[in-house]
Design a binder for this molecule. Structure first.
Ligand SMILES: CC(C)(COP(=O)(O)OP(=O)(O)OC[C@H]1O[C@@H](n2cnc3c(N)ncnc32)[C@H](O)[C@@H]1OP(=O)(O)O)[C@@H](O)C(=O)NCCC(=O)NCCS
Length: 144
């Protein structure tokens, strides 16, 4: 697939990325739960994004966590998500990571098939791992 460019985000992209974050949250019926806000104005229309952070596994070493991957509906099924994920894979490898993890909702069969076709596997299914979240209120209560 040609006609699009994968590049690192810059500050000016924030509003466009935020728009896609809201679209992704709406897919989960969770748009009202987005607490972040854009702070800058947009440069040009973007058609997808991947957001990932570096983390560390005591068993495996340097790792990455993929927060979001999103391609706007009109541009799906054209290989853009594959190119995006491939670029992320190269970048995390270049930065010394030995694995990347992420979460996906169990009804999102399109995304699940997409991930499996790239070589990822379901950690809950394979190792019975569940993701836990501690909200700020619980953190504050615990920290006192
Ligand atoms: C998951 C997602 C990022 C994939 O991006 P994409 O650009 O559609 O991915 P690709 O075109 O590279 O590949 C999609 C696969 O589905 C197939 N496909 C065909 N038509 C499709 C369509 N209309 N939409 C999605 N996938 C389609 C492709 O053939 C391809 O199969 P393959 O990997 O066996 O070749 C994208 O569908 C998306 O943004 N979904 C909504 C957000 C989401 O669910 N994100 C993940 C949250 S965990």
């Amino acid at each position: 697939m040609s006609g699009f460019t994968i590049r690192r985000a810059v500050d000016e992209d924030i509003e466009e990325i935020f728009r896609m974050c809201m679209e992704l949250a709406d897919l989960s019926d969770d748009g009202d739960s987005v607490k972040t806000t854009p702070e800058n104005s947009a440069s040009q229309p973007l058609i997808g994004y991947a957001l990932y952070v570096y983390t560390f596994s005591t068993w495996d070493g340097r790792s990455a966590f993929l927060n979001d991957i999103y391609v706007t509906p009109d541009h799906r099924g054209k290989g853009i998500g594959t190119d995006l994920l491939r670029t992320v894979a190269q970048d995390v490898l270049d930065n010394g990571c030995v694995l990347m993890e992420w979460c996906v909702l169990n009804w999102n069969s399109n995304a699940i098939e997409f991930y499996k076709s790239k070589g990822a596997f379901d950690l809950t299914e394979a190792e019975h791992v569940h993701i836990y979240k501690m909200p700020k209120s619980s953190l504050e209560k615990l920290a006192k």
